[in-house]
Design a protein around this ligand. Structure first.
Ligand code: PLP
Length: 398
């Protein structure tokens, strides 16, 4: 008899996006004449930039020639991409060794896989609302999870509570779904808390490239002492439109050490290397060459143009909400706009209202955690024309 992992039975059904799709399909069927604008989308819509496509084509051609063909590569990624990332981090004032960087097929995989190197007795601290993967991957391990509430009072940026003892802390900045981003002073407090408690921060910086305020940190390693208490998870998905191409990177500092329950000192970098070399065979050469192109000066210029396009979309939505006196967070250092549902509506109630009255689709905030109730996520990833029309509809009808 094979027993299955009973922790899976404790997972709540993830019906958020299927429910959204269902409601939209019903509405479309009932009102085929109405044009629906989709601002619920969490995926990029602009194509890959030209330098990335060229790099992929060149690498694909190399794969067809005996002398330049590549088989299995290093599980932790090719040196050329490590070097490109080391230089990218220098741009934030962070010095990394290339052996501290691990290339992966995206931040979602790493978020889930990183749970392998921690004991299941750890207490996990998760923001609420947040990207649901942190919660579900730890439920799958049967771990104790404690939530820290995001609210207007803390600007949706929960801070350490000395009364709460946690071992693993997830931070997401800029946050999905709220768009809120931690300041250096706030991250300093988190680093101090983690060091005091021997905790480890898992810092999800998937949206770091959206940060335009130069005072805000792009990496947790800009904070002194973070290399002894943090792992950073990054992605090219939103930075460079790699949601379908798949590439991310995780930084596990050499200075990060913790003990086993029996007191044996372990390097988390060595553990992660061992985990990856055992369970992962690396990202395709073609994709890594594409990723390398993102970090060239021309690649950065082209990707920044796409980011500027999304940010202008965010600005347009934000401006319309502001005119209507609606409270919202995000929209400047993030592709997400986190708005308060008007007239004290609940998240799903507002979803129905928005769809029926304005033909606009968004994502109910309650789907990102109970503290998201009464809030709503709009995204900047739709096309310009659709975004402009959505802004107009908000102006006219809300
Ligand atoms: N982290 C956050 C906060 C996200 O919102 C997402 C994707 O939406 C990811 C990670 C996953 O990114 P990837 O496409 O690299 O797996």
């Amino acid at each position: 008899m094979a027993w299955v992992n009973e922790n899976f039975a404790a997972l709540e059904d993830s019906y958020l996006f299927s429910q959204v799709a269902h409601k939209v399909a019903d509405f479309s069927a009932a009102h085929p004449e109405k044009k629906i604008i989709r601002l619920g989308i969490g995926d990029v819509t602009l194509p890959l930039v030209p330098v990335v496509v060229e790099a992929m084509q060149k690498a694909a051609a190399e794969m067809g020639v005996k002398e330049t063909f590549r088989g299995y590569g290093p599980e932790q990624g090719y040196e050329f991409l490590h070097e490109a990332l080391v230089k990218y981090y220098v741009g934030f004032g962070v010095t990394l060794e290339s052996s501290e960087i691990f290339i992966s097929d995206g931040a979602k995989s790493d978020c889930g896989n990183i749970t392998d190197i921690f004991d299941d007795a750890n207490v996990i601290l998760v923001p609420d609302p947040v990207y649901p993967v942190y919660l579900d991957t730890n439920i799958m391990r049967g771990r104790k999870i404690v939530f820290m509430e995001g609210s207007p009072e803390n600007g949706f940026l929960p801070m350490p509570d000395p009364a709460v003892k946690a071992d693993i802390i997830y931070l997401c900045s800029p946050n999905n779904p709220t768009g809120a981003a931690y300041s250096k002073a706030q991250l300093k407090e988190w680093v101090a808390y983690a060091r005091q408690n021997g905790a480890v921060i898992l810092y999800d910086a998937a949206y770091e490239a959206f940060i335009e305020d130069e005072a805000l940190p792009r990496s947790i390693f800009q904070i002194e002492g973070a290399k002894e208490c943090a792992i950073e998870l990054c992605s090219l998905s939103k930075t460079a439109g790699f949601t379908g191409t798949r590439c991310g990177y995780t930084v596990v500092p050499l200075a990060l050490k913790r003990k086993t329950k029996n007191g044996k000192a372990m390097s988390l970098n060595k553990m992660w290397l061992r985990r990856q070399t055992t369970k992962f065979n690396g990202v395709p050469y073609i994709v890594q060459r594409a990723a390398e192109a993102v970090f060239t000066p021309e690649g950065q210029k082209q990707c920044r143009e796409n980011l500027a396009y999304y940010k202008e979309n965010a600005r347009l939505i934000g401006a319309a909400l502001q005119e209507k006196g609606i409270t919202y967070y995000g929209g400047t250092n993030s592709p997400y706009i986190w708005m308060q549902c008007p007239r004290q509506m609940k998240s799903w109630e507002f979803f129905d209202f928005l769809l029926e009255k304005l033909g606009i689709v968004g994502t109910p905030g309650s789907g990102f955690g109970s503290s998201g109730e009464g809030w709503f996520r709009l995204t900047a990833f739709a096309g310009r024309e659709a975004t402009e029309e959505a802004a107009e509809r908000f102006r006219k009808l809300l």
